[in-house]
Design a protein around this ligand. Structure first.
Ligand SMILES: Cc1cc2nc3c(=O)[nH]c(=O)nc-3n(C[C@H](O)[C@H](O)[C@H](O)COP(=O)(O)OP(=O)(O)OC[C@H]3O[C@@H](n4cnc5c(N)ncnc54)[C@H](O)[C@@H]3O)c2cc1C
Length: 437
């Protein structure tokens, strides 16, 4: 097996490469947690070209409909800064802002502000991609008309309220590229809805450690739901996660912290209707924080956890599970069970959406044991009909867990779509759409 890397710097080079038909894996910022970039040669079974798209010329503009057009190597951070200069903001905010937007379409990326604005898919007006003939095609919100999708769409209904299901939506044309992880073509442009840049306020509240007492967590998760229109995000960082930061950067006094970003105009209502009504939190445990400090804290923790794993020589062993509000306690109890494994762990993520990342921090010898714990956990999540991978996708690392969440319908549809859109099997061979063949 041989691995070659190719850096692409123009759309013409990209078209030429696609026309060679050579099996390729297309990469943007390489922040995916489900692609083991550091050990990628162990996972591909055939000769493959790693195609680096991060140097594609970046372009942003606001079109006549007031939407943001993104082409090439534009990150979420670039887009936020570009829009803020013009009094606008993006609606999706992944914690890793250096990831590229076009890759985010491919992974059906979500993030912190999903709490208020919904998933990225709901913000995409149209997109363009290069097909297997190197032609640039446009996809819109029109319905997908394949006659083999009826059962697939029926089965999808159960997951309609999740950020992402265990398989892509395949309802509208744009869905061919959303969450298919580059297995049906290479995305070159996206048109995104945007919002005004509201003045914001940021807070955090200290709550007991979730391992010891869940009362505050459960109360906050339940009561915050009705404030979704004006609270942009509601994130948890547990006491264990803070230990990856230098001691002077930890504002949590050994406790868990729940962070909120709210519209400034909503502050009085938030104070009276939410903060004052909490039974398990007193005012002295609520603190205001600047936006910059909030973003720095929130991004540096998962990065530090990721780096700690790399230093240990292990690939991340973490979850990406989302459940319904009514199942939140079940999820938290399942995570409490995992704390008994005798392996270091931490918990953080999108608390308001019942979507948390539990990470084991194993030594290399303990990795297999942790994966066995996850096998059991995912069986439980399949019974609850929760969503196992609600934002980071399946990639390579989560393939071993996904098939519990599929019937025969999903692989059948994937194989038909692959045959139609990727007849030379050149786009991400070894991706999840080939499973069960
Ligand atoms: C610290 C940290 C925090 C994170 N937080 C979040 C979060 O809050 N929300 C979230 O959703 N994710 C999060 N992620 C995961 C990751 O950032 C996202 O999956 C992101 O969308 C990957 O973007 P990338 O540019 O790094 O893509 P890459 O890792 O380079 O690629 C990811 C996938 O997209 C495909 N791809 C890339 N570019 C294209 C293209 N132009 N056309 C077609 N396919 C393409 C690749 O083949 C691959 O399958 C986080 C990761 C880290 C390390």
């Amino acid at each position: 097996m041989s691995l070659t890397t190719k850096v692409i710097k123009s759309i013409e080079d990209l078209k030429d490469h696609i026309l060679t038909g050579s099996p390729s894996f297309y990469m943007s910022s390489r922040t995916s947690t489900v692609i083991p970039y550091e050990k990628i040669e162990e996972f591909f079974k055939e000769d493959i070209t790693l195609v680096d798209l991060s140097h594609m010329p970046a372009h942003m503009e606001i079109n006549n409909s007031g939407n943001l057009i993104v082409r090439g190597g534009v990150s979420w951070k670039d887009a936020r800064e570009y829009l803020r200069d013009k009094g606008h903001n993006i609606m999706t905010s992944p914690t890793e802002e250096l990831a590229l937007i076009l890759a985010g379409v491919a992974t059906s990326c979500t993030g912190e502000r999903c709490f208020c604005f919904g998933n990225l898919r709901s913000q995409i007006v149209s997109l363009k991609y290069l097909n297997h003939k190197g032609e640039e095609k446009t996809l819109t919100q029109k319905d997908l008309t394949y006659d083999f999708l009826e059962q697939y769409q029926n089965e999808f209904k159960h997951y309609a309220d999740y950020k992402n299901a265990p398989y892509p939506r395949f309802e509208k044309e744009i869905d061919l590229m959303i969450g298919t992880e580059g297995q049906l073509g290479v995305i070159t442009e996206v048109e995104l809805k945007i919002v005004p840049d509201y003045p914001l306020k940021h807070f955090f509240m200290l709550v007991p450690k979730w391992e010891e007492d869940l009362s505050a967590h459960l109360e906050i998760n339940k009561k915050i739901q009705k404030h979704r229109e004006d609270v942009l995000l509601c994130e948890l960082v547990d006491s264990n996660s803070f230990t990856y930061l230098p001691a002077e950067d930890r504002p949590n006094k050994g406790l868990d912290a729940i962070f909120f970003e709210i519209k400034e105009s909503y502050f009085e209502t938030f104070y009276e209707e939410f903060l004052l009504k909490l039974e398990h939190i007193s005012e002295e445990n609520i603190f205001e924080i600047s936006e910059t400090r909030f973003h720095n804290l929130r991004a540096s923790i998962p990065r530090a956890v990721f780096e700690a794993n790399s230093r240990m020589g292990v690939v991340k062993v973490g979850t990406d599970i989302q459940v319904q509000t009514t199942q939140f306690e079940d999820l938290m109890r399942a995570y409490q069970e995992l704390t008994k494994a005798g392996v270091d762990y931490n918990l953080f993520g999108h608390f308001g959406d019942q979507h948390l990342h539990f990470n084991f921090m194993p030594t290399p010898e303990k990795v297999k044991e942790c994966e066995e714990h996850f096998q059991k956990l995912y069986k439980k999540i399949a019974q609850l009909k929760g969503s196992p991978f609600a934002e980071h996708g399946i990639g390579i690392l989560k393939q071993k867990y996904i098939q519990n969440f599929w019937s025969e319908t999903q692989p059948e549809v994937f194989h038909k779509l692959k045959a139609l859109h990727d007849p030379k099997a050149q786009f991400f061979p070894g991706g999840f759409m080939g499973l069960g063949r």
